[in-house]
Design a protein around this ligand. Structure first.
Ligand code: GMT
Length: 374
């Protein structure tokens, strides 16, 4: 098949999933054309069967808001004219699914089939905004196929947007070989020089992630056991976290690494992964930790219970329950056998349910189903 992947190129989960899916499909022999405003960051090495098409947006002074959606639609049509595309796979509804729909109309409906994957905030946060709602609903209804990354997100989409069409749940996945927890490029000593436990969190530091909660959890943990907190990523809540750490007098125990491309090198160093989000349709970061044998303390919300098994691969507590999360972390850290066991359970779950070689062929079959039914 010739497949166009339309995605965000940045460090968000939807871009990561799109890129890994595209690379996996290319390895299976399909030709994969990434279309975005810059090359996806996970597309770091040359890959056979993989092509990148950059969307240029005119900066004509009349445009207060340059119309990326139109340039993207035009680029999809251009790519389809040079390569007979079978599928355009839009990751994240806004604006990708709408641009893909427009591109199909521009080809008088004769072009590729459109598959849209819903990732989370395109439904639960941004998509609900009245300025996007009707466009998101329309793009879901008009796609030839729609998938959601968890059963939770599927339910949310149906409830919020009153969708009657089928939405297939195709779970997020992981390269368990790459995320294997074997530490080769990172020395724990570097972050925790006196044998402290190492806690880790990674995200885009947006309010929905409740990242400053990790500072509060650290402060409580440190009253019982020595610990350091490694924060990976960047975003609007970073300064709030810096101020809070100072206020709680734990600033010297927090390490800010900024955005990192090779998160797999760091996860193997961590004793515990913290994901105290307010909302999470899946929680790819939790899966990356589990695959790396790092137990997870997370919120009991959204799709996280479909990923983290409470009491087996980590602990799930209500969002905002700082005390509960800190106590769960302390119990686990003080019981090295259980800490190891949870890590191994996480690894097993990643291999058994979320390994990319299990999920990528499900996408491949889904495309074939959509093509067959058209
Ligand atoms: O977490 C974000 O804000 C980024 C967002 C994205 O689209 O990149 O993540 C969403 O998609 C990920 C990949 O499917 C999921 O693992 C995340 O849970 C989801 N984020 C939220 O629902 C908040």
């Amino acid at each position: 098949m010739n497949i166009a992947m339309v995605c965000y190129p940045t460090h968000g989960g939807s871009g990561v999933v799109a890129t890994e899916l595209g690379i996996g499909l290319a390895r299976l022999g399909h030709k994969v054309h990434f279309i975005s405003y810059s090359s996806p960051f996970r597309l770091r090495d040359f890959q056979s069967n993989v092509y990148f098409h950059e969307v240029d947006v005119s900066a004509y002074p009349l445009f207060k808001y340059p119309p990326y959606d139109l340039s993207l639609a035009a680029k999809i049509v251009q790519v389809a004219h040079s390569t007979p595309l079978d599928i355009v796979h839009a990751h994240y509804a806004i604006p990708h699914a709408v641009s893909a729909y427009l591109a199909k109309q521009m080809m008088r409906g004769q072009g590729p089939r459109i598959v849209t994957t819903l990732h989370g905030t395109d439904i639960t946060l941004v998509g609900k905004d009245p300025s996007f709602y009707e466009a998101v609903k329309f793009s879901i209804e008009e796609s030839d196929g729609v998938t959601a990354v968890s059963s939770y997100l599927r339910r949310q989409t149906i409830d919020e947007f009153h969708i009657e069409r089928e939405i297939r749940v195709l779970s997020n996945f992981i390269d368990t070989e790459r995320f294997n927890g074997v530490v080769t490029r990172c020395s724990k000593n570097q972050f925790a020089p006196n044998g402290e436990f190492l806690l880790m969190h990674t995200s885009n530091f947006r309010p929905v992630k409740r990242m400053p909660d990790t500072i509060r959890i650290l402060e409580k943990i440190r009253k019982k056991v020595p610990a350091k907190l490694l924060l990976v990523g960047d975003g609007p809540d970073r300064q709030t976290a810096v101020d809070l750490a100072r206020k709680l007098d734990v600033q010297e125990h927090v390490i800010y690494l900024g955005t990192q491309d090779y998160i797999e090198n760091l996860l193997g160093c961590a004793d515990l992964f913290l994901l105290p989000s307010e909302e999470e349709s899946f929680g790819l970061a939790a899966l990356e930790a589990m695959s790396s044998r790092t137990p997870v303390i997370a919120s009991d919300i959204g799709g996280l219970p479909e990923v983290v098994e409470n009491g087996k691969t980590g602990f799930l507590l209500p969002a905002g329950d700082i005390d509960g999360m800190a106590q769960a972390a302390i119990r686990l850290l003080m019981n090295p056998a259980q800490l190891r066991e949870f890590g191994e359970n996480g690894r097993k779950a990643a291999l058994e349910y979320f390994e990319q070689d299990l999920i990528i062929p499900q996408y491949e079959s889904y495309y074939q189903e959509i093509l067959g039914s058209s």
